[in-house]
Ligand binder design. Structure first.
Ligand SMILES: *Cc1c(COP(=O)(O)O)cnc(C)c1O
Length: 407
């Protein structure tokens, strides 16, 4: 057994870098035949594969409508636009920057609220407090995020939205395949949910997004919005965008959706394996998934308590890099600390977000990641933790940590 961490000159756990995420792709041959058909038909956009993909997604999720768009960011932008909102949107800062960008592009106000220390999703109490703004600054919507695939607590967030008579929306970029405690799929919650089909997400079309809703009028409006706001008569009804999903991407999405149930099962099994493996490592904890809910296991993110683990999150990331295990600090810095937002919300106080963002580390997870690799990553973390005193704070730190062979 390996007992010497690579950062101290031991043999790295892996001969080649283990990436944080890798898209799983569907079998190539049947897909390539369909690609040839699309090329022959010369219907490269606005064709039958987008329509069929939308119908298959709506059926899979059990939702009234799925509107395919070119990515999740524009899906969120168009959703906020179609709802005709005025005022400020309540949203977490502990999220990917695109959640806030969609609000900012619509020139809506931003009210960052805190996350729950256990679930890492929007804290309903903080959302309730954040929804009460200064006079003249009405709340426009609540936009929550199913962080890392764990569904948000819908009933208390819904209560906040109902109290202010505003829509409850979800950035479901991480949520495809997740289930709410009542057994319904993420995608059916609130007024609308928006998924991402980018290659780091669990279901991919290369690039792409999906807005899902049970509101037929909203779905119709979104279909016009993704088409420049042109209802078909070239008399644009409002300022839309070109946000169409190309036919070739829809093909990839359809072929991926057919395989998705198996991929999801493997992801969940891999996430459970990490949890079981690392359960007794001091100072390592996991995101809590609400009772009865099912995470999509988009990411496997651990939280490092420095005082128990023996070193900081950043030091662990450097040690794992030396083992040739790639990691990411999702989400650090939190959005309100990013340069684009520091001026927007200079005085916001988000204590849980600050502590969480400083202590999370995302480990490799993708549906075809082997159990053996997971076991070796966990073993490496255990070895690093046991050598924490030896490693100390003296070793160099940083992404692209020292080449262990030079030590
Ligand atoms: C990836 C991601 C997005 C953006 O999705 P795109 O399809 O790349 O535009 C938005 N929100 C969250 C939480 C994400 O992780």
């Amino acid at each position: 057994m390996r007992t010497y961490p690579a950062i101290l000159g031991g043999e790295p756990a892996f001969a080649e870098q283990v990436p944080v995420s890798r898209p799983t792709t569907p079998p190539a041959e049947p897909l390539l035949r369909r690609v040839r058909d699309v090329l022959d038909s010369a219907m490269l956009t606005n064709g039958r594969h987008v329509r069929e993909f939308e119908a298959e997604v709506a059926g899979f999720l059990g939702v009234g409508h799925a509107v395919a768009v070119s990515n999740c960011t524009v899906g969120l932008m168009l959703l906020l636009r179609c709802l005709g909102l005025r005022g400020s949107v309540v949203l977490p800062s502990f999220t990917f920057m695109a959640t806030a960008h969609a609000v900012a592009w619509n020139r809506l106000g931003i009210r960052f609220v805190d996350v729950d220390a256990a679930t890492w999703t929007v804290d309903p109490d903080s959302a309730a407090a954040g929804a009460v703004g200064a006079a003249g600054d009405a709340v426009a919507a609540v936009l929550a995020v199913h962080t890392f695939g764990a569904p948000c607590a819908v009933p208390p967030l819904s209560a906040v939205a109902v109290r202010h008579r505003v829509p409850l929306l979800f950035d479901a970029a991480h949520g495809f395949g997740a289930k709410y405690p009542d057994g319904t799929a993420v995608g059916t919650g609130g007024t609308a949910e928006v998924f991402s089909l980018s290659p780091t997400k669990q279901l991919s079309a290369g690039e792409g997004g999906l807005v899902t809703t049970n509101d037929g009028d909203l779905a119709r409006e979104l279909r016009v919005a993704r088409e420049y706001g042109n209802p078909g008569d070239y008399d644009s009804a409002f300022v839309g965008l070109n946000a169409r999903l190309p036919e070739l991407s829809a093909l990839l999405g359809r072929a991926s959706l057919a395989e998705f149930p198996q991929w999801l099962e493997r992801r969940r099994a891999t996430a459970l394996r990490y949890r079981a493996n690392l359960a007794d490592v001091p100072g390592v904890t996991f995101q809590q998934v609400p009772e009865g809910a099912l995470s999509s296991a988009k990411d496997l993110t651990i939280r490092i308590d420095e005082s128990h683990f023996g070193m900081s999150r950043d030091r662990l990331a450097a040690c794992l890099s030396a083992e040739r295990v790639a990691t990411r600090c999702y989400f650090y810095p939190p959005v309100h600390r990013q340069r684009a937002y520091r001026q927007v919300t200079p005085s916001v106080s988000l204590p849980e977000t600050e502590t969480l963002a400083a202590s999370v580390l995302t480990l490799p997870l993708y549906s075809h990641l082997s159990a053996d690799v997971v076991d070796r990553i966990c073993e490496a973390i255990r070895t690093i933790q046991q050598a924490a005193d030896l490693i100390g704070e003296s070793a160099p730190v940083g992404i692209g940590a020292p080449d262990p062979t030079n030590l």
